[in-house]
Ligand binder design. Structure first.
Ligand SMILES: C[S@@+](CC[C@H](N)C(=O)[O-])C[C@H]1O[C@@H](n2cnc3c(N)ncnc32)[C@H](O)[C@@H]1O
Length: 254
């Protein structure tokens, strides 16, 4: 599935912040949620954290701002380049690498306290790639370190098979934007995602359209992949219990 992923996120890199009501608020909110999970599992830190699907830096920036030592990696060179710029712009520090999470070959350390992958990165992977990724997460973590990831609630979505997500109406009159997704189901568990960002300009609207593929990755498959790669204490924290907007899995490296 990776063939479609890098072009999608490269093309989206300059616009990704537009899918949030307020990206800086999202950075701060997600940083607090992940920091709270890390504290209960790894201690107060500062911790060595690898964000292996950092994108343009939503979680990496939030955690760096809270004092953690953050390494970000991602398949998309354009997203990584933007994450670097955004960290510098905020006077923060974090290092970044272009790296496929199924290998993490470019990531120099194997002593991370935590590896994170947020906002539905794992469902871009095929079943075989997920197993490789779980092994890579285990390899770069110290014994006793934690893996934490957030994905959409596919255990429910696979039954309801929605075709539209959103729209979200964002911004103020004259500079509004409308963000929505169309899900074109290509099989019982797979869909093409069409992401539209429509921007109000002076006298007209301009629409940006990005296309990628996802599969409905169920929680049991993630549990099995993590277990087979040497993780234990695998637990799902639902949004009501975490403050996150997606179910989160946490697992301890043996
Ligand atoms: C929905 S975005 C989330 C990005 C970031 N975590 C955020 O919330 O802003 C998913 C990210 O996963 C990355 N990704 C997908 N497959 C990957 C892989 N095999 N290796 C590394 N990154 C991958 C994409 O490039 C993309 O940046």
């Amino acid at each position: 599935m990776l063939d479609h992923v890098q072009p999608f996120y490269d093309a989206l890199a300059d616009f990704y912040h537009l899918i949030f009501d307020d990206w800086d608020q999202a950075i701060a909110r997600q940083g607090r949620v992940i920091d709270a999970l890390l504290r209960t599992r790894c201690g107060a830190g500062p911790l060595q954290v690898l964000d292996c699907a950092c994108g343009i830096g939503t979680q990496a920036i939030g955690l760096a701002a809270l004092g953690h030592h953050v390494t970000g990696s991602d398949l998309s060179p354009a997203a990584v380049e933007r994450a670097r710029r955004e960290v510098l712009k905020r006077g923060l520090e974090a290092e970044f690498h272009v790296s496929d999470m199924t290998r993490l070959a470019e990531v120099p350390s194997d002593r991370f306290d935590a590896v994170i992958a947020f906002d539905n990165a794992l469902p871009h992977l095929s079943a075989d790639q997920l197993l490789l990724a779980a092994q890579a997460f285990r390899r770069v973590l110290r014994a006793g370190g934690w893996f934490i990831a957030g994905i959409r609630n596919y255990d429910e979505l696979i039954r309801s098979r929605p075709t539209v997500m959103g729209p979200s109406f964002i911004g103020t009159p004259g500079a509004r934007r409308i963000v929505h997704q169309v899900w074109d189901w290509t099989g019982t568990e797979t869909y093409d995602v069409h992401l539209y960002i429509s921007l109000e300009q002076q006298d007209a609207w301009k629409s940006l359209h990005f296309v990628s593929k996802y599969r409905c990755l169920l929680r049991a498959e993630i549990d099995a992949a993590l277990r087979s790669a040497g993780f234990a204490e695998i637990e799902w924290v639902m949004p009501e219990g975490s403050g996150s907007y997606q179910p989160l899995v946490t697992a301890r490296a043996l």
